[in-house]
Structure formats: C-alpha cells, structure tokens
Design a protein around this ligand. Structure first.
Ligand code: ARG
Length: 286
C-alpha cells in the first residue's frame, strides 16, 4: 500500500515496515543502567503489556508486518527490541550489550534472526543495535559516548559496505542515538531527520546541520517525553503522545503524527522506537 498525502505534502510516501517486537511479559525495573530507571519505583507489568499491545496494533493498522520474539524470563529489558541488532539488505549485524544485565539478549536476538533467514554477522565489539545505529539514505548514523563502542562503527561499515557517520552523545538521559534522533524519511534523495541539538557534542551537531540542513530541531520538552524515539514509514510517525510540540512540527512538514502512550516502558528508559527493530530485506530502501 502506498499513500500519498495531498498538495504540498505530495513528497511524503508511506512504505509499511517489517518489524520485530518483544512482548513485555517480564518487564520490570530491577537494575539501573540509565537515568530513567529506578529499581525502587514500582512498575505495572500488565499496564506495560497493554501499552505495548496498543503500539503493536497501531503498526498493524499501518499495514506493518509485525513479528514477535518470545520474551525470556529474567531479561526485563528484552522488550527493547531495537537493541537486538541492525538489519539492512537482509544482513543482520548482531548486538553485543555494554551492561552484563542485558548481554544474554544478544544471542537470543541473533538466534531469532538466523532462524528467520537473515544473513547473520556476529559482532566482535560492543554495540546496541538500532539503539545506536540508524540507517538513512545510503549511510548509517552511529551514536557513541555511552553504550556502543566506536570500533563497532568500523565493523558495521565493513559488514554493510556503507559509510558510517559517528555522532557523539553527551547527555546521559539521551544515552542511545534513537532517543536523540529520529529518521523521518530514509529514502535515498529524500533523507529527513529530527533531533535534539543539545544531545550531541559540537562537532557532531555541526555535522548534522551540514548533512541535514532541513532537519526538524526538537525542543527539550518533547525530547524529554521520548518524542524522538519514533518510528516513521515516511508519512506516519508513531511517537509519544505527550510530544505535542513535535507533533505540530511534523504536521508542518507533511507528516501524520500518531501518538501512543508508553509511559510504563519509559520507566525502563524506552519508548516507541526502542520497542521496534526494523527488519529490512534485500528489496527495502529504509
Ligand atoms: N533499559 C534499557 C537500557 O537501558 C532501555 C533501552 C532502550 N532502547 C533503546 N533503543 N533506546 O538498555
């Protein structure tokens, strides 16, 4: 299905994604590996599941093909599927987690991707998948500073044969690239992103402004509710419902924001994009 928005919005085209998600059946906060997590605050797992189901259903209404990996007891962060790898052109570069609490997730996601038929390439360095790697056009933007080792940027460049652009994250609450930057249109020649300027060091910000002169710069308020932790099909942008300023900016640029409430998962430091790993087959541009 291809939907083209009216009038000057005609350049926005929806291309439904194929994604991998993990039901938060075992979600809770038992350790603290980012500033959002507080093991002393209660979590409500049934509520997390209900919010996650609403996200999955929103994807299904957009004609996304949604796959699910079985959640594993004792891995409360496994719901954050974006961290499970990076999949482009049918090739899956596996994740190798920074913190020991999440390390068993790497092989679990790698095994799912292998069974699903992807060409699995095992990482030899720490990286947290699409948490820090975002494909846009024919390049890969790659975060570092908190989780992903810059050495994996080189490894990803070799695996995918693509240019990898390193971006240094400087704010602990925006510890993964996908909390500070959203790819809105990834098609070659139509590249469009949104980001929080203050999340990057000066050189990285200069690089972003140079590469993406028409990018949407998002406010602190909208970033603080994880508005940038968004998934776009090129027309619809699924994002935090509380990021209302970002919604207005998206509309001005011809997108249709779709707000969801993942407040329970935010207690783990995750949002829409964190729950979503894009599975890009050989035929898919972004
Ligand atoms: N609690 C998880 C962690 O700190 C949250 C991961 C969020 N995922 C993401 N793609 N940003 O690792």
């Amino acid at each position: 299905m291809t939907i083209t928005a009216p009038s000057q919005r005609a350049t926005r085209v929806a291309t439904p994604l194929t994604v991998l998600m993990c039901r938060p059946s075992h979600f809770t906060v038992t350790y603290r590996i980012n500033p959002w997590m507080n093991p002393d605050s209660p979590t409500d797992t049934p509520r997390a599941v209900a919010q996650w189901e609403a996200l999955r259903d929103a994807y299904k209404r957009l004609d996304f093909e949604v796959h699910e990996i079985d959640p594993i007891h004792g891995l409360p962060d496994m719901v954050f599927a974006a961290n499970g790898g990076l999949v482009i052109d049918g090739v899956a570069y596996t994740a190798s987690f920074h913190y020991p609490q999440r390390q068993p997730e790497g092989p679990a996601y790698a095994s799912w991707l292998g069974v699903a038929g992807y060409d699995v390439r095992h990482a030899s360095v720490v990286n947290e998948g699409e948490g820090d790697f975002l494909a846009v056009g024919d390049v890969i933007l790659a975060g570092h500073g908190f989780r992903t080792d810059p050495a994996s940027h080189d490894e990803a460049a070799r695996v995918f044969g693509r240019e990898v652009i390193a971006l240094r994250l400087v704010r602990p609450e925006f510890y993964h690239l996908d909390t500070a930057l959203a790819v809105l249109d990834g098609r070659v020649g139509h590249e469009h992103v949104a980001y929080l300027p203050g999340a990057f060091d000066a050189d990285s910000l200069a690089l972003l402004r140079d590469r993406f002169p028409d990018a949407i710069e998002v406010s602190e308020e909208d970033a603080a509710v994880f508005g940038l932790n968004a998934v776009s099909d090129g027309l619809h942008v699924v994002t935090a419902e509380r990021a209302t300023g970002f919604h207005a900016q998206l509309r001005e640029h011809g997108y249709e924001p779709i707000g969801v409430d993942l407040s329970e998962l935010l207690l783990g430091g995750g949002g829409v994009k964190c729950c979503t790993l894009a599975l890009r087959g050989p035929e898919r541009e972004f």
